[in-house]
Ligand binder design. Structure first.
Ligand SMILES: Nc1ncnc2c1ncn2[C@@H]1O[C@H](COP(=O)(O)OP(=O)(O)OP(=O)(O)O)[C@@H](O)[C@H]1O
Ligand SMILES: [Mg+2]
Length: 298
């Protein structure tokens, strides 16, 4: 069982003096929905381009499926980076038949791909009658035709309205359920938080963070108030497990480890004779953390 579908080591792309991607070492776990987050121009598309052999690295290496030979991977990796030009007057089915012929594969996957992408009912409609969201889903259907193990999506919800965005999100989750690994570049934190299991943050071509989303979703801040905040802080520091607690504006903020619940803390304080006057649990959003991560780099 392979743990990573792709690993990169010191992957670098320079355009003249621009370091589009700078010494990137990344591991993308098999079965993950891996978000590559970063502001505009941070190197996301360039990274995906290198992984797809459409951009030549300046230096560094990458290996798909544990092998640095890139010859036999084309059928295993689907992407919408090289979206085929669809014919406006042909139907969805006929367009996919052309794609299948170009890829030299049978028509057997056309119906399943149309069903997965929710276009089956509209399969005989001409491409030109499709909404932007449907066009995007047809591109994903085309990428699904060779039943790839990995799907690479670059900003798949760009330009879509909230309904179109929600449809793409559902689709991404459905594709993930088919045991495919998804690599998704996005500058939308919310998108990554909602669909990804893992994420990496790029800033000016450099990797500034990589890890599971789950860990972050679990990270919660507990705001506590009491008659005497100093005593409250002292008491919290006596908690059997070491807690990160800080006193600010007469409130103590505790970073709650994943294994603890609010009642563990409140019961402890009650037993120590502390009257709690204020108790608020805040989810630390990925956005807050993303900004913290970027600020740490500044
Ligand atoms: N073909 C090219 N020639 C010159 N510079 C390039 C080229 N492609 C990308 N760059 C530069 O490399 C940097 C990274 O670009 P890239 O498109 O990878 O960023 P991105 O993170 O995908 O941005 P966005 O969120 O806007 O899509 C940018 O400064 C960009 O101008
Ligand atoms: Mg891009």
């Amino acid at each position: 069982m392979l743990n990573n579908v792709v690993t990169t080591s010191g992957l670098t792309k320079h355009y003249g003096s621009i370091k589009a991607v700078d010494n990137l070492s990344l591991e993308i776990p098999a079965g993950s929905v891996f978000g590559i987050l970063g502001p505009n121009g941070s190197g996301k598309t360039t990274t995906l381009g290198m992984l797809l052999n459409v951009v030549n690295p300046t230096s560094g290496t990458f290996a798909w499926f544990g092998s640095s030979s890139h010859s036999d991977n084309r059928q295993k990796i689907g992407s919408i980076l090289e979206t085929p030009a669809f014919y406006p007057y042909l139907s969805a089915v006929d367009n996919l038949k052309i794609v299948a012929q170009i890829k030299a594969i049978g028509f057997g996957n056309i119906d399943p791909a149309l069903k997965t992408t929710g276009l089956y009912d509209r399969r005989f409609s001409a491409y030109r009658t499709f909404s932007l969201g449907m066009k995007q889903r047809l591109a994903i259907a085309a990428a699904l035709l060779c039943d790839p193990q990995v799907m690479i999506l670059d900003e798949p919800t760009n330009g879509l309205d909230p309904k179109g965005i929600a449809e793409i999100r559902t689709l991404i989750k459905e594709i993930a359920l088919q045991h495919k690994t998804i690599i998704l570049a996005s500058h939308l934190l919310d998108e990554v938080q909602k669909v990804c299991t893992h994420f990496a943050v790029l800033n000016k071509g450099k990797l500034v963070h990589a890890g599971p989303v789950f860990e972050h979703r679990e990270q919660q801040l507990l705001e506590i108030g009491a008659e005497n905040p100093e005593v409250l802080l002292e008491t919290l520091l006596q908690f059997p497990e070491q807690l990160n607690a800080v006193l600010k504006n007469n409130l103590v903020t505790v970073t709650l480890p994943a294994n603890l619940r609010v009642v563990n803390v409140s019961r402890f304080l009650f037993e120590k004779g502390i009257d709690i006057t204020h108790l608020v649990l805040q989810q630390k959003s990925l956005e807050t953390q993303f900004l913290e991560i970027l600020n740490e780099q500044a």
